[in-house]
Design a protein around this ligand. Structure first.
Ligand SMILES: [Zn+2]
Length: 316
């Protein structure tokens, strides 16, 4: 059920009584989806979105949905589009794995400064976009670039301050939210949220709906192992990192995508296909309508590099 358009950055949908999804709008400054959970006596937001503007709107939406300001903000992983809203949650404790904290401290400031520097040129390119980029992608990229450029240069990157390794349970009087990490697949460390009573999963970028998965900072083999474990949970509905709501089937579809990707790369390596040629592989039919098709060559490249790393060079 769509409640009402809460913000230009997202629309809020009710998943269960006390459990909501903020689904990013295509040209807003949120970019990723977020979960809002009323634990009973405490409010949790799962992922804080791309910008402090979207984060502030999310904090207000969470307060409207649950009657209290967020007490906890979860970061599913270190990527900026899931954490740069952290600074908008003045009284919320930011929580993630210890590894996510380390990577945020090492890389996030530089990632933000790099984006801030590079996006004016990237935005200009979108005025006459490559015709191979889908118009919906152009719209979303424009929101992404503009969101970063509208964020003050002095924006504070807030790292997680409460950390865990494998699992942390946030307990309330109404329900418990399990925060689980099976390691890193999409990124060096990925966290997902699970509400066992409602069988609702907040996946971060471990699962996307209608978008190419992004392997560029990840490990497809590990990711497949993580998805196999996630499939053992009972799942009724699933909020992906990007795209509309999904179901348990979304996890299966993600596995299929990663298996196909790995299969294409392995057979290219067996045949001695050079990387430049591999990158031109057409997108397999099941994924041809998926958004962010420009990710596919990057995904092939990353998978190829991982598969050939450490392989001794053949002597002539
Ligand atoms: Zn990500």
């Amino acid at each position: 059920m769509v409640l009402r358009n809460e913000s230009r950055h997202f629309r809020v949908e009710r998943l269960a009584p006390g459990v909501h999804a903020a689904v990013a709008t295509p040209d807003g400054f949120g970019l990723c989806n977020s979960g809002i959970v009323d634990l009973g006596g405490a409010t949790v937001v799962f992922d804080s979105m791309l910008t402090p503007m979207a984060g502030a709107a999310l904090a207000r939406a969470a307060e409207r949905c649950t009657g209290r300001a967020p007490d906890w903000v979860v970061n599913s992983h270190w990527h900026g589009d899931h954490i740069w809203g952290n600074s908008a949650f003045a009284n919320g404790h930011v929580v993630s794995t210890r590894r996510v904290r380390q990577v945020v401290l090492q890389k996030s400031r530089k990632q933000f400064d790099d984006c801030r520097r590079e996006f004016p040129a990237e935005l200009a390119k979108l005025r006459a976009p490559d015709p191979s980029i889908h118009p919906d992608d152009v719209r979303e990229l424009r929101g992404w670039f503009r969101g970063i450029l509208a964020t003050p240069r002095s924006h504070r990157v807030v790292p997680p301050e409460v950390t865990f390794t494998d699992e942390l349970v946030l307990e309330g009087t109404r329900r418990s939210l399990r925060l689980i990490s099976y390691g890193g697949g999409h990124s060096p460390s990925d966290v997902f949220g699970y509400l066992p009573d409602e069988q609702i999963l907040f996946t971060g970028d471990l699962a996307l709906v209608g978008y190419h998965l992004s392997v560029g900072d990840g490990w497809p083999d590990e990711w497949l192992r993580i998805l196999a474990r996630m499939r053992r949970l009972r799942v009724d509905s699933l909020l992906p990192g990007h795209g509309p709501l999904g179901t348990a089937k979304t996890l299966e579809r993600g596995q299929r995508y990663l298996r196909d990707l790995t299969r294409i790369v392995r057979s290219a390596i067996r045949r001695g296909t050079p990387l430049a040629e591999l990158e031109r592989t057409p997108i397999p039919a099941p994924y041809r309508d998926w958004r962010f098709a420009f990710m596919f060559p990057d995904n092939l490249r990353r998978t190829y590099r991982l598969a050939t790393a450490g392989t001794p060079r053949r002597t002539p």
